[in-house]
Design a binder for this molecule. Structure first.
Ligand SMILES: Cc1cc2nc3c(=O)[nH]c(=O)nc-3n(C[C@H](O)[C@H](O)[C@H](O)COP(=O)(O)O)c2cc1C
Length: 250
């Protein structure tokens, strides 16, 4: 597609990359609040707005979370760090207030809250990137969700889904090639016959990218990276933690 066919938002989306090096510079409060408020305009399942965001300013709390997330030091260094939580506590209050009884831990309700959280979170990042900020989501906090819940006093029906830090990048972005559109786009019926060929083609693209990028070059491809990462990160404590928080009971 010719560049003039992109809207400004599409061009910005195509420039996305996760940023891990920041200038030592704060984000103005008004700007930060307008990013968060704009992001709240994301669509929401049944309009439950099933998320909360905890801004972590306390240095000790940041350090505890950075350690729990696998010693990801940028959590301590970035201008802002947030924990994005799937939150059904407000909805639970609403159900009780309306005389319809407490929520009972239905899987469907958890999914709705998680989807809302992710839509809000992506909107935060897009808004932040639109003003020149950068950041990264931090799934590493799920290594020890109990530690995160204790550190941030998260009540029942609130789940720390992932972190997000934001700051002013020091370097220009280097975006990673995504799967070719044809690999994720199906027409009328899901076509599983093409998966292996698609992956072989994408592995070639990613091997080239990993070998040529400006930092952290390596000889690898998407299949190796993804398989290695996913099979290591099973986080077997997750179901018990979620159930303790009042989710996935039905
Ligand atoms: C939910 C989620 C959790 C993530 N967790 C981490 C993390 O803990 N540490 C990290 O360095 N990057 C993390 N990432 C960033 C991904 O590694 C990154 O988005 C992916 O490699 C694609 O690269 P890009 O964002 O630069 O395009 C996370 C991304 C998402 C969406």
């Amino acid at each position: 597609m010719a560049a003039d066919k992109y809207s400004a938002v599409m061009a910005l989306q195509r420039e996305h990359c996760s940023v891990r090096q920041f200038r030592d510079e704060a984000i103005e409060e008004d700007l930060l609040m307008s990013i968060l408020e704009s992001a709240q305009c994301a669509a929401s399942s049944s309009f439950i707005q099933g998320y909360s965001i905890v801004r972590v300013t306390d240095r000790q709390a940041r350090s505890t979370i950075a350690h729990a997330a696998g010693d990801q030091r940028w959590i301590e260094e970035a201008a802002e760090f947030f924990v994005l939580c799937a939150d059904l506590l407000r909805t639970d209050h609403a159900c009780r207030a309306a005389g319809l009884g407490a929520l009972e831990g239905h899987t469907e309700h958890f999914l709705a809250a998680i989807i809302d959280t992710a839509l809000f979170a992506q909107n935060v990042v897009l808004a932040a990137e639109s003003v020149g900020l950068g950041g990264v989501f931090i799934g590493g906090i799920r290594n020890d969700p109990q530690c995160i819940a204790d550190t941030l006093s998260l009540p029942r029906l609130v789940f720390p889904a992932f972190g997000l830090y934001l700051g002013w990048p020091t370097e220009p972005c280097e975006s990673k090639p995504r799967l070719p559109l044809a690999s994720i786009l199906h027409s009328d019926r899901y076509d599983q016959n093409r998966i292996d060929d698609d992956l072989a083609r994408y592995d070639t693209i990613m091997a080239e990218y990993y070998g040529a990028r400006s930092s952290n070059q390596k000889q690898s491809n998407w299949t190796e990276q993804t398989a290695g990462t996913l099979q290591k990160k099973t986080r077997d404590h997750m179901l018990a933690f979620l159930q303790q928080q009042g989710f996935l009971l039905k």
